[in-house]
Design a protein. Structure first.
Length: 278
């Protein structure tokens, strides 16, 4: 097991990346790494092979947190994150300070996420996806990867990053990786550690609702939503929506996505599942 190179500045990152010309893959995180992040790192290694470079970025991005959200208390166990990266064979960790990534203060020019950015998560968290896409664009241009991997748990983020790369002609390949779950179905998230014992016991209802909805796909969109809604209890629902695979509303047939967001106590959870409408 070899410790990764840790780059804190742009110059250190450029130096670390100048040592080879093989393919590279980046996994962007806010730290507090768990098994879901490890799955992304392993998928990155599979893409670039033993001779390629796997990068992990660790940066808690202030632009994507709204007023009253958990920016200040978001977990930052940097030592444990570095150990996890070493165990997974990560080559480079880029962990800049806020002042390094935003040297001129809060950006005056940001990436507008378009209409989808104001729906679903964007309707509940105004401005969130402008912050996400802005930092992703910056990190893509700083790390210059062959591939960038994102988890399907944050499915709307994955779709928007793919659309940004396509619309702005950015020369990077975006790769989605399936959601990693606990044994009881709960999607892994760094925020799961906020759950009390009772809230943790209630949280898997999101996965059960999604599975019930997907199992009812033969009955069409209405049956999917009804089956999922019938399973939701013990949490405060923000939204439950069935969208097409690219998150266009009102799918009639073919590949679709069922998405849910709810609160267990003060902790907000999101999840989704693919649905094949006949």
């Amino acid at each position: 097991m070899t410790d990764p190179i840790v780059a804190r500045t742009r110059d250190e990152l450029a130096e670390a990346l100048s040592r080879g010309e093989n393919e590279s893959a980046v996994v962007m995180t806010m730290g507090a790494l768990h098994a879901g992040h490890r799955a992304l790192i392993r998928a990155a290694r599979d893409l670039v092979g033993t001779g390629g470079v796997v990068l992990v970025t660790i940066f808690v991005n202030p632009l994507q947190f709204g007023p009253g959200e958990d920016f200040d208390r978001y977990p930052r166990p940097f030592g444990a994150d570095l150990a996890a990266c070493a165990e997974e064979g990560v080559d480079v960790v880029f962990a800049p300070a806020t002042e390094e990534l935003y040297p001129y203060g809060e950006p005056q020019v940001t990436v507008a996420p378009g209409p989808l950015g104001g729906q679903l998560e964007g309707a509940v968290r105004p401005g969130h996806f402008a912050g996400v896409l802005t930092v992703v664009a910056k990190l893509l241009n700083l790390t210059v990867p062959s591939y960038a991997l994102f988890g399907e748990k944050d499915y709307q983020q994955l779709v928007l990053v793919g659309r940004m790369v396509a619309d702005l002609e950015l020369p990077y390949e975006i790769v989605g990786v399936p959601t990693v779950r606990e044994a009881d179905g709960l999607a892994l998230s760094s925020r799961n550690r906020y759950l009390s014992a009772d809230e943790r016991a209630a949280a898997p209802v999101l996965a059960r609702a999604l599975e019930a909805g997907a199992a009812a796909a033969a009955g069409g969109p209405g049956a999917v939503l009804a089956a999922a809604r019938s399973e939701l209890s013990g949490v405060d629902l923000d939204y439950l929506e069935l969208r097409s695979a690219d998150l266009a509303p009102d799918p009639v047939s073919g590949p679709a996505r069922l998405l849910v967001a709810a609160r267990a106590g003060t902790t907000r959870l999101i999840d989704n599942i693919d649905v094949d409408l006949p």
